[in-house]
Write a protein that binds this ligand. Structure first.
Ligand SMILES: Cc1cc2nc3c(=O)[nH]c(=O)nc-3n(C[C@H](O)[C@H](O)[C@H](O)COP(=O)(O)OP(=O)(O)OC[C@H]3O[C@@H](n4cnc5c(N)ncnc54)[C@H](O)[C@@H]3O)c2cc1C
Ligand SMILES: *[C@@H]1O[C@H](CO)[C@@H](O)[C@H](O)[C@H]1NC(C)=O
Ligand SMILES: *[C@@H]1O[C@H](CO)[C@@H](O)[C@H](O)[C@H]1NC(C)=O
Ligand SMILES: *[C@@H]1O[C@H](CO)[C@@H](O)[C@H](O)[C@H]1NC(C)=O
Ligand SMILES: *[C@@H]1O[C@H](CO)[C@@H](O)[C@H](O)[C@H]1NC(C)=O
Ligand SMILES: *[C@@H]1O[C@H](CO)[C@@H](O)[C@H](O)[C@H]1NC(C)=O
Ligand SMILES: *[C@@H]1O[C@H](CO)[C@@H](O)[C@H](O)[C@H]1NC(C)=O
Ligand SMILES: *[C@@H]1O[C@H](CO)[C@@H](O)[C@H](O)[C@H]1NC(C)=O
Length: 619
């Protein structure tokens, strides 16, 4: 019910907006989504790609452009209109195009979430999670790839693939030293987010500068360190998902077959351990067998690809036996799941408040109206979220309140700060939707909603980049319609907590800079059940706080990692004709948001397949 209402509100907004600017529509390039094919039992293709997300859309499009006969199978339909609006990204959490999976609590994280269970959002439509994510374009650190020490997966192996798809619109706004790191003509357009017209945008940047954080003009070039304005996967004020960047292209639409609302339920593997195709359920529960004469690629994401493998007999043998699933390959599928885990830190601001969303009578106030009247650009802005910080917290001098650059490791960030601006009244207005969208329990929502009534709130996420805690994905049932058992196990390793507490201390220093203090800023200390009194500001309080106010960026990797489950060409070990290409193949988290790497993985698997099949004729 709440989801519906929230979307309806957003939709109303959008319709008003489109009405006001209808004249500009015709000048925009066509990004209509592909039509869906009608499938019959026994239909045969050269390749079947499962999942049209970050990696799957790229892989399927490249194979089709190379002339192969490819079917792309996707559980969802087209992304909705709200998905196109960068400023509405938050409204997609918990919406109808978010799987919003249940997770199992470890009783050590997300303690202020409903059921003490962490949220697991993922996109359910063409474009997958790139249709609901925050669009931040970050490749990570070259060291992330080099330190893997896996042949074929160094930075120099990855860089050509990052460049292949990048369509940077704003090269002229970057320093000349950035040029070798970018491509301006690739299919995934990226650009700076539309300007956020609010003094806090520059105040936050200035605040970090006071703490000696350098301003980094381009985190995807020489250095990641400092405060920066991140670019986004947007183009002409709208989201650039992989659905738009790959599947909406006319040359792709004319070649690639796409089956929407079609859910893969398993892989068909013959007695010789050769992949023959997939089983799917489409439309009104029609069960079909579809065949691939060459290969099947699983790109259902790090949470569902393991489930599909296990349902097909590929996984930990003992676990599969519990469900009477015959073992095809005994592999540690679903282990070693790691995710960028964060604590949400709230700064309240007393002074120079704008009018806020509510006036005193509780009516929706002028800023919402302004939002509509100002046309596209304010909705194309992602607010404060384009201000991002990468820092090695071990290089921060907590005595001097200054970032140092004393060792070469200082170039390797350990924490990312992500920001959001919440207009006065927003959390009050949004309170009814918060359990569904962010999953907080009523005690926390009440505290924040009350503060929100009188203050602007600056939200800072202190995010651990090299997470030590590991979770698992397992089968909960042999029924493919049941979701897998997802055990994120955030903050199980105390090193992750220590990293977050260092992040909190830096944010406290930020709120104590003169530019913040001048606005009456202070970090909010929530009253949390079972936590020490907040008044002595102890590390124990903030550790406990982090265990309560845990959140995720939904960057899980590692569940089908290279060398453990797939080889370096992404083929599943012991099974022929089956590859995995999605976030799960990354053995380790990159120091940055994961979509950039996932798209590169999709590009790469297409190359591997085309090279490896160049001289074979299986059919
Ligand atoms: C809310 C949110 C915010 C994020 N913010 C950012 C960000 O700002 N920047 C960034 O770089 N990254 C961000 N990420 C992460 C990034 O989007 C993901 O890491 C990336 O999209 C994962 O790619 P993937 O190919 O592994 O899976 P996905 O993109 O999730 O795609 C999986 C696809 O498989 C489909 N599928 C699943 N099961 C089946 C089935 N049984 N049969 C058929 N199809 C199926 C799904 O519907 C989906 O389309 C965010 C993610 C979320 C959820
Ligand atoms: C968490 O606590 C609940 C309730 O006490 C318990 O049932 C569950 O097993 C615990 N989970 C873990 C992972 O310890
Ligand atoms: C990298 O891998 C090679 C071969 O597997 C091994 O010999 C070498 O010691 C590894 N290097 C590092 C730094 O781990
Ligand atoms: C840049 O993108 C174009 C278009 O996709 C591509 O042909 C070209 O190879 C890319 N350049 C690099 C350096 O990858
Ligand atoms: C298929 O894999 C299983 C499990 O690893 C193995 O026991 C069997 O011998 C393999 N079959 C063939 C024909 O290679
Ligand atoms: C992966 O998980 C297994 C089992 O949980 C664990 O023994 C192993 O150390 C993990 N591997 C890595 C690289 O963390
Ligand atoms: C830190 O110092 C190294 C040299 O030791 C230099 O290359 C790098 O640019 C410096 N980084 C910052 C953020 O100043
Ligand atoms: C805040 O900054 C002032 C100087 O501007 C300093 O005296 C004070 O100790 C700082 N407080 C904290 C908690 O760091």
């Amino acid at each position: 019910m709440s989801t519906f209402m929230f979307e309806t509100n957003m939709l109303l907004l959008l319709l008003l907006l489109v009405g006001a600017r209808g004249d500009t529509e015709s000048n925009e390039p066509s990004y209509d989504m592909p039509n869906s094919v009608i499938l019959k039992d026994g239909d045969t293709f050269e390749y079947i790609v499962v999942g049209a997300g970050a990696a799957g859309a790229a892989a399927a499009a490249r194979l089709a452009l190379a002339g192969a006969h490819v079917l792309l199978v996707e559980a969802g339909g087209n992304p909705n209109l709200i998905s196109r609006i960068p400023g509405a990204a938050m409204a997609l959490l918990g919406s109808t195009i978010d799987y919003h999976y249940d997770t199992i609590s470890n009783n050590m994280s997300c303690l202020s979430s409903v059921g003490k269970a962490c949220q697991a959002s993922r996109g359910k439509c063409l474009g997958g999670s790139t249709s609901i994510n925050y669009m931040m374009y970050v490749r990570g650190n070259r060291n992330d790839f080099d330190s893997l020490n896996i042949s074929g997966w160094s930075w120099n192996d990855m860089k050509p693939y990052f460049l292949r798809y990048e369509g940077l619109q704003d090269l002229d706004l970057l320093p000349a030293s950035s040029i070798p790191y970018h491509n301006t003509t690739g299919t995934m357009k990226v650009e700076f987010f539309a300007k956020f017209d609010n003094p806090w945008h520059s105040r936050v940047i200035e605040g970090y500068k006071t703490l000696n954080f350098p301003y980094d003009p381009d985190i995807n070039a020489i250095s990641q360190i400092g405060v920066s304005q991140v670019m986004g996967y947007t183009y002409q004020n709208q989201r650039m998902s992989t659905a738009r960047g790959y599947l909406g292209r006319d040359d792709v639409k004319s070649k690639l077959k796409v089956a929407k609302y079609t859910r893969c339920t398993g892989v068909i593997i013959d007695d010789d351990n050769v992949t023959r195709g997939v089983t799917v359920v489409t439309g009104l529960l029609r069960k079909l067998r579809l065949y691939a004469t060459r290969e099947v690629v699983l790109s259902a994401g790090a949470l569902v690809t393991p489930q599909l493998l296990m349902l097909s007999g590929i996984g930990p043998a003992e676990h599969l036996k519990e469900f009477d699933i015959p073992v095809r390959a005994d592999l540690s599928v679903g282990d070693n799941m790691t995710d960028h885990t964060l604590a949400l830190i709230f700064i309240k601001v007393e002074k120079n408040l704008l009018e806020g969303i509510f006036d005193n009578t509780g009516k929706i106030f002028s800023s919402l109206e302004d939002l509509i009247l100002s046309g596209g650009s304010s909705l194309a802005s992602i607010g404060l979220t384009d201000v991002t910080v990468f820092v090695n917290t071990l290089c921060y001098d907590f005595e001097k309140h200054q970032l140092t650059n004393s060792t070469s490791d200082c170039e390797l960030p350990t924490t990312q700060f992500i920001h959001a601006y919440m207009e006065r009244g927003l959390l009050k207005l949004g309170a009814p939707f918060l359990p569904q969208s962010v999953g907080w329990n009523s005690e926390v929502i009440k505290q924040l909603a009350d503060i929100s009534e009188n203050y602007v709130i600056l939200l800072t996420s202190s995010l651990v980049l090299q997470t030590k805690s590991q979770g698992t994905v397992r089968l909960a049932s042999a029924d493919p319609f049941k979701q897998p058992a997802i055990f994120p196990n955030y903050l199980a390793d105390s090193q992750d907590i220590e990293e977050i507490v260092r992040g909190v201390r830096i944010i406290q220093d930020l709120s104590n800079t003169s530019i913040f203090k001048g606005q009456g800023a202070s970090v909010i200390k929530l009253n949390l059940e079972g936590c020490p009194d907040s008044s002595d500001d102890s590390d124990e309080y903030w550790s406990c706080y982090a265990r309560h106010m845990t959140f995720s960026t939904f960057h899980s990797v590692g569940t089908t990692a290279i060398n453990r489950v797939v080889n370096t060409r992404l083929s599943v070990k012991g099974i022929s004709g089956l590859r995995v290409a999605d976030a799960g193949v990354m053995p380790k988290l990159p120091r940055g948001n994961t979509a950039a790497s996932c798209i590169a993985i999709g590009e790469r698997v297409a190359d591997f397949i085309l090279e490896d099949n160049a001289n074979s004729d299986i059919s």
